[in-house]
Write a protein that binds this ligand. Structure first.
Ligand SMILES: Cc1ncc(COP(=O)(O)O)c(C=O)c1O
Length: 400
C-alpha cells in the first residue's frame, strides 16, 4: 500500500484552494519549485558557468523519463511543449502527396494543426467522428454545450471500428491523444497499437493528458512516438515537456529545427560538420532551460518514480469514485466508462444550468475546476484528499 504525501510541505499551494485542474496546469510540487529556484540562483550568480552542468542536467532528465516510460534514455528528448514535439514529427515525416494521417475530430489543437499544416504537402487529415455518450436517455446532448461540437453533441469518444474502416493503403500515421482533453476518454492503447501494427502504420500519441496519471510503456506497446506537456499530470513547470521516439521511427524523420545541439560536435561551434545525433537528443536542437529541465526531472524522479504511476492512477480513480458516489444523479450526469477508458479527467454534465455557472460557483467556494466542451472537468491529482472530495460533492450538489 502506497502512502502518499499530500501535505502542504510537498505541495505549497494545496491549502489555498481545492485544486482540481491538473488537466490544465498542476500545482507545482516543492521538489520542482526548489530545483527551479536553485537553477535561477545558479544563473544569477554564475551566468554562463551554469553550462558546466548543462549536459548532466539533460542526461539525468533523459534517464529519469526513460525509467518512467520503460525505454532507453537515447529515445527521450526534452521539449518545450506537445506542439513542438508533434511539429518536429509532422514536418520531418517522409510523406508523399496523397498520404493520409488519421486523427479525431475533437483533438486538442496541439494534435490537430501540425497535421492539418501538411495539406500544402498534399497530405490529407482524416478525422474520426465523435461517438456521443448514449448512456443517459434524459441527456439531449446539447444542454449547456459550449464546446462547439455541433450536432454530434459533446466531444465524448472515438471508436476503433471507425478507425479500422478509415485505414487505407495511404494511411501513414495515426495521431491520437491517449486521453482526450475535454471528455477524459482514454483509448485502449494496447488495442490501438495492435491495429496500427497490423497495418504497418506509425502510431503517434499526444500524451499530455495521460503521462503521469496513466501508465504508458511505448517501447513495449510498439508506439512510434509520444509527445507531452510536462506541466499537467507530470507536475513540472509550464514550458517543460518531453518526447519519446522509437529508433526506427526516428530514422525516418528528416530534420526540421536544426541547431548546435542537433550535432555531435557540441561546443565546437566552428565545426560545421553535418553530424547529427542519432539519439533523440537531435530534437532538442538548441539551448533548453536548465531550470525547466531540472524541475520536471525532479517531479518525475521524486514523485512518479517514487510512488509508481499505477498507484497514482489508482488513487486518482479512487478519488473520482468517491465523488461519483456522492454526486446527486438527479443533478449531474456522470458518463459511465469501462475501466480502461478512464483517465485523470472526470467530465460531468449538469442537468440544469451551464457548466460555466457550476465552475464559477465552485470557484467562489474555493474549488478550482474548468469547463470544456459542455462538461465540468474535474481533474484531481493524487494530492487531493477524501475530505476535500466530500466537500466538493456537497458544493456541486448545492450548485446543481
Ligand atoms: C491533449 C492535450 N495535448 C496538448 C496540450 C498542451 O499543448 P502544448 O503542450 O502544445 O501547449 C493539452 C493542454 O490542455 C492537451 O489537453
Amino acid at each position: 500500500m502506497v502512502t502518499f504525501d499530500k501535505s502542504a510541505a510537498a505541495f505549497p499551494g494545496r491549502d489555498r484552494h481545492v485544486f482540481l485542474l491538473a488537466c490544465s496546469a498542476s500545482l507545482l510540487p516543492a521538489v520542482a519549485l526548489e530545483r527551479m529556484v536553485a537553477a535561477a540562483h545558479d544563473q544569477a550568480e554564475s551566468g554562463g558557468l551554469v553550462f558546466g552542468s548543462y549536459d548532466e542536467t539533460l542526461d539525468r532528465f533523459h534517464r529519469t523519463v526513460a525509467t518512467l516510460l520503460g525505454t532507453d534514455a537515447a529515445d527521450v528528448s526534452f521539449q518545450r511543449n506537445t506542439t513542438e514535439g508533434l511539429s518536429l514529427i509532422a514536418g520531418g515525416y517522409p510523406f508523399r502527396p496523397g498520404d493520409e494521417v488519421i486523427s479525431y475530430v475533437h483533438e486538442y489543437p496541439a494534435n490537430h494543426y501540425p497535421w492539418r499544416n501538411l495539406a500544402r504537402r498534399g497530405v490529407r487529415l482524416v478525422e474520426l467522428p465523435n461517438v456521443p455518450y448514449s448512456g443517459d436517455p434524459d441527456d439531449s446532448g446539447d444542454s449547456g454545450n459550449s464546446g462547439g461540437s455541433g450536432a454530434d453533441g459533446r466531444p465524448y469518444a472515438f471508436s476503433l471500428d471507425d478507425l479500422e474502416q478509415r485505414i487505407t493503403g495511404r494511411t501513414r500515421i495515426v495521431a491520437l491523444s491517449s486521453a482526450q482533453f475535454a471528455s477524459g476518454f482514454a483509448v485502449s492503447v494496447e488495442s490501438l497499437a495492435e491495429i496500427c501494427r497490423a497495418h504497418g502504420i506509425d502510431l503517434v500519441l499526444d500524451g499530455a493528458q495521460s503521462l503521469g496519471a496513466v501508465p504508458l510503456r511505448p517501447q513495449e506497446q510498439g508506439i512510434a512516438a509520444v509527445a507531452a506537456a510536462g506541466w499537467k499530470w507530470l507536475l513540472g513547470p509550464i514550458g517543460s515537456g518531453l518526447m519519446y521516439t522509437s529508433p526506427e521511427f526516428r530514422e525516418k524523420l528528416e530534420h526540421v529545427a536544426v541547431g548546435a545541439e542537433t550535432m555531435r560536435q557540441g561546443l565546437d561551434y566552428l565545426d560545421h560538420s553535418w553530424a547529427p545525433h542519432r539519439s533523440a537528443k537531435r530534437f532538442e536542437y538548441a539551448t533548453s532551460s536548465p531550470a525547466l529541465v531540472a524541475a520536471l526531472e525532479a517531479s518525475i524522479a521524486g514523485i512518479h518514480l517514487r510512488y509508481g504511476v499505477e498507484a497514482i492512477r489508482a488513487e486518482i480513480l479512487r478519488l473520482q469514485d468517491l465523488l461519483i458516489g456522492a454526486l446527486d444523479p438527479a443533478l449531474f450526469i456522470v458518463p459511465q466508462r469501462a475501466e480502461v477508458n478512464r483517465s485523470g479527467i472526470l467530465s460531468v454534465v449538469p442537468r440544469r444550468g451551464t457548466p460555466e455557472d457550476v465552475v464559477q460557483g465552485l470557484l467562489g467556494r474555493g474549488f478550482v475546476t474548468s469547463s470544456r466542451g459542455g462538461y465540468v472537468r474535474i481533474a484531481p491529482h493524487f494530492f487531493i484528499n477524501d475530505e476535500e472530495i466530500a466537500r466538493l460533492a456537497g458544493a456541486m450538489n448545492e450548485l446543481g
